[in-house]
Every structure is written in structure tokens, then in C-alpha cells.
Design a protein around this ligand. Structure first.
Ligand code: 26Q
Length: 805
């Protein structure tokens, strides 16, 4: 039954009086926000109950999505939109004196992720729910999510993100359903009924307490949940009496804080990996608690463990939860007394794995000693998996020690997590066509050669109802007028917009929408950075994590080129442009922080120059996060996707920008290749080396100097890094491009692609002058973006990987 406004009013008043002992008329804004969230959560909770009963009765297969990250962002508007209750609640609240937008603005982002991989996990939860697939996400309830970024004199500073004070409204703790997770200690063996058994002894226990967050789907009967584990000390009163009675009071509390530190903070790195003990503890907490929970639910319903792969699919989101492989084996062997072969068969058929990166720095390996010390029984199992793996490989490739070493789960004193997944999972996929080919051809080639049937591709997708319908209401309204609202359920219906290709009135209407969104972003920029940008200028956007392979530096070098050209010719006739950046750098990533400093310095010089600033402006927005992306993306006209070809696994920002009408300026990397397939040369600005050319150039020997010698303009640009044109010197950046002692200068080939990039940027300027040509490119991009819906992606996972009905 449908909720009326009277119902909503009653629900709100009851909740407010229950929680705050007052009526909404007397409530503060904060109280009203918490009241509203609690009411929405209760509505979802009721729906959840009936959906749960339905899937239970139908014995439907369940998918569990294991991820160290879910970049949820905000939930209130999303939930109201999905429940189709937004306007009713808005009007009821208005009657009580509250503006719903102001309540939305109070919600902090749940920033439980770094970037693409984490946001993808959240988009997939949304889509599973839209499609009424029974899916549960498992992750960690980090007390502090991704750090808040401030820029001080061009330097990135990191501050803790205390999101729970206002964000915990969505979390429902289930204290009494905690699971014990064991660390350290030793393993004793004994014999029982002729079987060799193992007992984990002298371990330290940590309790994993689940917190549920409900996930709503658009006009869907389903409500799924995200389960976040929080680490708690097992001792009842949080004091270890063994120490307390000896008078060691501090030590008695230490164990407690040691346990709870596990879920304190998200690791803010998405590039190079430090083998930190705490990170391994986090991974095991997630894996062990989740598997215990999954298996106990399964047994309660089905009564036998053998049916696990038929009723349960467990997905490993990159290698971070790869401990699923040995931990599931451990549970099956030690707790259910299965034979090795039986346990292995169940494990392989239940698990699947997605790879999200080909960067070798990001391939997870753990020091064997650390691994053994922290997880002694799991380590034994990894050793046995490895022994059997290597034995099999030896039979296949007798004497090919290098190959076997490369494929082993343990080698060179390290446990290699990707190889554990490759050895076990029944399906392995990349996240774009190009990326999946690269996995087969190079990174995972040796595994592909033995079992090609396990390898597949699922090109990423986005929850476009959030990224288009909710964050760009003006465009959504226009689209509904033009093509009806079929696209809100089926993204492929966006193609109907092609009917209006070349239609000047429609292109004008799209431009008017873009203009509204640009004004909104301009006002945000003026508030945040104190910079006034011209809403009639071209908004050129590069928003993503800061990494050398993503080449924000290439963008910056081109801006320097434009700056020098304007200085040389103050009458240079180009359409005004605003370059907008937002990016967080890993806290320990020195070069990334230098690049932020360079961009900020360019911004200062450019924006202060009375002549230059009439033609170009540069803005670095601090603290990039989901809710900021939702403001920038609708206003973007050019989407910079300029990674060195072969390194960006997919990219998903490119899809969000595309569906909002931005035109891609990019290399043939990741999903850009498939965007190109959709829109063609004429609706995209492509440049740069292709992935195979990059490879070939590496093999030939890459010499960045040769490009500088050939291109006087590039030489001038690079000189500014040394001569202090932008306030100070950027020797470290200069050296990274030209004089790295180890022959790895300019490892991401910014200089090789510079000339083509600059020429293409000029083409962008020329095209932008013709509003109809550019506007029509934008139209085609919106129309062709439907394929990049996460509904499509999740549908492919469900069918080809999780084997769900
Ligand atoms: C691992 C160990 C220790 C500390 C940190 C990490 C870690 C954390 C996050 C390693 C990698 C990540 C994140 C990777 C990521 O976001 N990859 C992106 O995934 C997107 C979704 O598939 C792709 O679109 C992007 O191309 C890819 O870069």
C-alpha cells in the first residue's frame, strides 16, 4: 500500500517524539534530519522483511559482494528517490518549516572507499536491488573514511573524516550476532578417527559486530543490505582481567584498543601497496566474519554444506578479500571435516574474482613471515594450496621454474594474492574489453593458457539514476519531455534522443540545461575557492584520484602551453576555458602531491593575470568525493580521460560525464575504447599512442628527450618548471620527466603524447566555437551512454559469473 502524506506526517512525528521528546515544530534542523532518516530507514526495514521472506520462500541463490571499499556517498536523497517518496516528504516537511534540500545538505558522505573500485561496489549494490537480485555487500565499518583534503599553499593536507556523528543514522547494529575472529597463536595437530586434525591455540580474539545498511532500488520491491563489520574487544567489560588483577591497568585496556583499532580507518592508498600488518588484519576480519555469517545462514536454511555453490555466489572485489580462498577452505576442512578435494571443489565453484588494475605496484603480496605469524592456520592452508598448485604446474611445464614461480601462490618469501584467486576462482574478469584482453595477453597469460574458459569480461557500469536522474534534475526533466520516462527504468531508451540529432531547438534546450548546471558549479567554486569563473567559458574537467598514470600532469603541461601562447600574443583568439581539477593523492605519494602543488601554482599565476584570466582559468577544488562529483559532473563539457593507454582498467567517471553530456577528450584506454565504439570519431576527441604502441615503444627504448628536441613549444613549457614562472621550482617533476637516473624517466609517456594532445586541445577549442556542432556531440554522447548502466553490468555478472536466475 502506498503511503499518504498524512501517513508520513504521523511517522515523522512519532519518530521525533520517540527520539527527541519533542514535536517536529520544535525540532532543530539536525533533529529533523535524524528523524527523517530514521523514518526512511524504518520504511526500508519493513520492505526488507517482506523481500527476505520472498527470497527465502523461493530458495533463491544469493550473491555476496566482498569488498574492502564501498564508496556509498549520501543515502537520503537516493532512498527517497528510489522509494518515489521525494516530493511527498518534501511537501510534508515544508509544512513543518523544513527545506528538504537543506536536510540533504546535512548528510555527510559515507566515504568508505578510495575511488573507482569502491564506487563501483556501491553502484552494483544499487543495481542488484533495482533488479531484485538477492545480494549482500560485505565490508568494514571504518570509523574514519577517506581523509578530508585541504589544500594549504598548494600542499595537500589530510584530516580525519569523522562521518559517523551524522552518518550513523543508516546503520543498524546487531551486537548479539557478532562472530569471533582469531589472530596469532599457533596450530596444534592431533588425530581423530584416523583423520589428521588441527587446533588453533593461544590466539587473540577479536569480535566482529555487524552493522546493517539497507540499500533501496528504484521502484523495486527489493531491499538489500550492506553489512559493515566493526571490530570489538571480546572481553565483556573491555578490560582484560588477567592484567587487571596484576595491577597492570593500562595493559588491561590495551588489548581492547588493539582490537578496536582494526576498523578505525580506511587505508587511503589505491596505487602502491604497503604491506601493513593492520591492513592484513582488516582483510581477515572482513573475510572471516563474512564467511562465518554466510555459512551459518546457509546451513540454517539448507542443512548441508554441499549445496553451497548452488545457493551462494561469493564475489571477490580485487584481491583485497582474496583470503576468502584459504578461509573458506579452512572452515570446510576444520569445521565441517570435508576432505581436501571436496572442500576445494566447493571453494572453486563458489568464488569468483574481478581484477581492477594492471599496475604491478598495486598487485598485492604479503610478507610470508608476517602472514604466518598473524594467520597461522590460514597460512598452512595457503602452503598446501601452493604445494598442489606447483605440483600440477610442474607436471605441465617440467623444468620451467620461472613460469612456475610467476604463477605460484607463494614465492620469494611472499604470498601472492592474485595467484591465490587465479588458482581457485571459477571465473576471473577484467572491467573493460581492453583490460580483459590485457589480462589474457600479459598479466595473467600463463593462467589463461591453461584454463581459457575461466576468463571473461564485464565492462563496468554506473548507477545512472544517481549520476543522471538525481544529480542532474534539469537534464532529466528535459529528457522526460523529449523521450518520455522509459529511460528511467531502461537506460537503453536514451537512444531515442538520437531522433533529435541535428535539431537546433533541442540542442539549444540542452545548452540551457548545461548553462544552469554551470552556474551552479560556478557559484560553488566562488564559495569554495573565491574564484569567479565565467559560466560561458568551456568547462573542462579532470576529476579522479591523482596518479601519474592518469596524467593530470599532461593536462597541466598543456595549460602551461596555452598560458605561454597567451603571454606571447595577448590577442590570441580562443574560446574562454575553465580547467577544473579535483583529486586526492595517497598521503605517501610524493610525486602526486607535487603535481597538485603545480596545478595550484598554475592556477594562482593564471587567475591573477588580468590578460590571461580573460581566456583561461584554472581551479583545483579540494576534497573530491561523491557529493562533490555530483555537482561537477552535470556542469562538465569536456571530460579529460587522458591516461597512458593500457593502464586505466576501465574508468567509470568517463561514463558519468558522458551521460551528463560531456564530450570525452581521451586516449584509447579502458572503457574509452567502448565509448568510442558507441559514439564514433566524430563525437569524441581521441589522441595519443594506443596500448600496443606504448608497449612497442617501451620495448624499443623510450627516450623522452627526443620529443623535447623535436618540439620547441614543449621545451618552453618544461623550462617553466625550472625557472619559477609559477612561483617556485618544480625540479622534482622536471626530473621525473627528463632525468631519472634509472632510465625510467617519464614512465607514463606524457611527453610522447604531448604534441597530439595539444593539437587535439586546439581542435576542442575550434569545435566549441560552433555551438551546434559541439552541442550535437553532447547530445549523441547522452543518447549512447545507456550501455554503461550498472544494470547491464550486474545482469552480465548474474548470468555469466554468479549463475543466478
Ligand atoms: C591495497 C592494499 C593496501 C592498501 C590499498 C590497496 C588498494 C586500495 C584501493 C589498492 C587499489 C585500490 C583501488 C583501485 C581502483 O579503484 N581501481 C579502479 O577500479 C575501477 C573500477 O573497476 C576502474 O574503473 C579503474 O580504472 C581502476 O583504476
Amino acid at each position: 500500500m502506498e503511503l499518504t502524506k498524512t501517513d508520513l506526517l504521523e511517522l515523522l512525528e512519532n519518530e521525533c517524539s520517540k527520539s527527541f521528546g519533542c514535536s517536529l515544530k520544535e525540532a532543530s534542523k539536525k533533529q529533523a534530519y535524524k528523524t527523517l532518516c530514521a523514518v526512511v530507514r524504518d520504511i526500508l526495514s519493513k520492505k526488507r522483511k517482506s523481500f527476505k521472506e520472498e527470497i527465502y520462500a523461493k530458495e533463491r541463490k544469493q550473491v555476496y559482494y566482498m569488498s574492502m571499499e564501498f564508496l556509498v556517498g549520501t543515502s537520503l536523497r537516493n532512498n527517497l528517490f528510489n522509494l518515489k517518496l521525494e516530493s511527498k516528504f518534501a511537501s510534508v516537511l515544508k509544512g513543518l518549516g523544513f527545506d528538504i534540500q537543506e536536510l540533504y545538505d546535512m548528510e555527510p558522505d559515507a566515504g568508505l572507499g578510495n575511488g573507482g573500485l569502491g564506487r563501483l561496489a556501491s553502484c552494483y549494490m544499487d543495481s542488484m536491488t533495482n533488479m531484485a537480485l538477492p545480494g549482500t555487500g560485505f565490508s568494514i565499518r571504518y570509523e574514519f573514511g577517506i581523509f578530508r583534503q585541504k589544500i594549504v599553499d598548494g600542499w595537500q593536507m589530510e584530516f580525519p573524516d569523522d562521518w559517523l556523528s551524522m552518518g550513523d543514522v543508516w546503520l543498524r547494529p546487531r551486537e548479539d550476532e557478532a562472530f569471533e575472529v582469531k589472530f596469532g597463536g599457533n596450530v596444534a595437530s592431533y588425530e581423530e578417527n584416523g583423520r589428521l586434525c588441527f587446533r588453533h591455540e593461544n590466539y587473540n580474539s577479536v569480535m566482529a559486530v555487524p552493522y546493517d545498511m539497507f540499500i533501496s532500488g528504484y521502484g523495486s520491491r527489493a531491499v538489500n543490505k550492506l553489512v559493515l563489520w566493526s571490530a570489538k574487544s571480546p572481553s565483556k567489560n573491555s578490560i582484560d582481567l588477567r592484567y587487571f588483577v596484576r595491577g597492570e591497568h593500562l595493559k588491561a585496556l590495551e588489548q581492547n584498543t588493539m582490537a578496536e583499532v582494526i576498523s578505525k580507518v580506511l587505508y587511503p592508498a589505491d596505487d602502491h601497496i604497503e604491506g601493513k600488518r593492520l591492513r592484513l588484519k582488516q582483510q581477515y576480519l572482513l573475510v572471516s566474519a563474512s564467511l562465518q555469517s554466510i555459512i551459518s545462514l546457509h546451513l540454517k536454511k539448507y542443512g548441508n554444506i554441499q549445496s553451497l555453490p548452488d545457493k551462494v555466489a561469493i564475489h571477490i572485489n580485487d584481491t583485497h578479500p582474496a583470503l576468502c580462498v584459504p578461509e573458506l577452505m579452512r572452515i570446510l576442512l576444520d569445521e565441517y571435516s570435508l576432505s581436501w578435494d571436496e572442500a576445494w571443489d566447493i571453494t572453486c565453484r563458489t568464488l569468483s574474482y574481478t581484477n581492477h588494475t594492471v599496475m604491478s605496484e598495486a598487485l598485492e603480496r604479503w610478507n610470508e613471515g608476517l602472514f604466518r605469524e598473524l594467520l597461522p592456520r590460514v597460512y598452512q592452508i595457503v602452503c598446501e594450496i601452493n604445494r598442489r598448485l606447483v605440483e600440477g604446474l610442474f607436471a605441465k611445464y617440467p623444468g620451467d621454474v620461472a613460469k612456475i614461480d610467476y604463477m605460484a601462490a607463494i614465492s620469494g618469501g611472499e604470498v601472492k594474492m592474485a595467484n591465490l584467486c587465479l588458482a581457485a576462482c571459477h571465473k576471473i574478469n577484467g572491467v573493460s574489453k581492453l583490460h580483459s584482453e590485457i589480462l589474457k595477453d600479459s598479466l595473467f597469460h600463463d593462467y589463461y593458457a591453461i584454463t581459457p574458459e575461466r576468463f571473461t569480461n564485464v565492462t563496468n557500469g554506473i548507477a545512472y539514476r544517481r549520476w543522471l536522474c538525481q544529480s542532474n534534475p534539469a537534464l532529466t526533466k528535459l529528457l522526460r519531455e523529449l523521450i518520455g520516462d522509459g529511460f528511467m527504468k531502461d537506460s537503453m531508451a536514451l537512444e531515442d534522443l538520437l531522433r533529435y540529432s541535428g535539431d537546433k531547438a533541442v540542442i539549444d534546450a540542452l545548452a540551457a540545461v548545461k548553462r544552469v548546471n554551470k552556474e551552479r558549479l560556478a557559484s560553488y567554486i566562488s564559495g569554495a575557492n573565491g574564484i569567479n569563473v565565467n559560466p560561458d567559458s568551456l568547462f573542462d574537467v579532470q576529476i579522479k584520484r591523482l596518479h601519474e598514470y592518469k596524467r593530470q600532469l599532461l593536462n597541466a603541461l598543456q595549460i602551461i602551453r596555452m598560458y605561454l601562447r597567451i603571454k606571447e600574443n595577448p590577442n590570441l583568439d580562443i574560446p574562454p576555458r575553465t580547467f577544473i581539477f579535483a583529486a586526492k593523492a595517497s598521503s605517501g605519494y610524493f610525486m602526486a602531491k607535487q603535481i597538485i602543488r603545480l596545478i595550484c601554482s598554475i592556477a594562482e599565476t593564471v587567475n591573477a593575470d588580468p590578460v590571461v584570466r580573460e581566456k583561461i582559468k584554472v581551479v583545483f577544488l579540494e576534497d573530491y568525493k561523491v557529493s562533490l562529483a555530483e555537482i561537477i559532473i552535470p556542469a562538465a563539457e569536456i571530460s579529460e580521460q587522458i591516461s597512458i593507454a593500457g593502464k586505466e582498467a576501465s574508468g567509470t567517471g568517463n561514463m558519468k560525464l558522458m551521460i551528463n553530456g560531456a564530450v570525452t577528450l581521451g586516449t584509447l584506454d579502458g572503457a574509452n575504447v567502448e565509448i568510442h565504439e558507441q559514439v564514433g570519431d566524430e563525437n569524441m576527441f581521441l589522441f595519443g599512442l594506443h596500448a600496443d604502441e606504448v608497449e612497442a615503444l617501451w620495448r624499443r627504448g623510450y627516450d623522452p628527450h627526443s620529443y623535447v628536441r623535436r618540439n620547441a613549444e614543449l621545451n618552453e613549457v618544461l623550462r617553466t618548471l625550472k625557472t619559477g614562472v609559477f612561483g617556485s621550482n618544480f625540479d622534482d617533476i622536471y626530473n621525473s620527466l627528463l632525468s631519472n637516473a634509472y632510465g625510467t624517466a617519464d614512465a607514463y609517456m606524457a611527453l610522447a603524447d604531448f604534441e597530439d594532445y595539444a593539437r587535439t586541445q586546439d581542435r576542442v577549442s575550434a569545435t566549441y566555437r560552433d555551438a551546434y556542432t559541439f552541442g550535437n556531440m553532447s547530445l549523441v554522447n547522452i543518447a549512447k551512454a545507456g550501455i554503461f548502466s550498472s544494470d547491464r553490468a550486474v545482469g552480465e555478472y548474474a548470468k555469466n559469473i554468479w549463475y543466478m536466475k
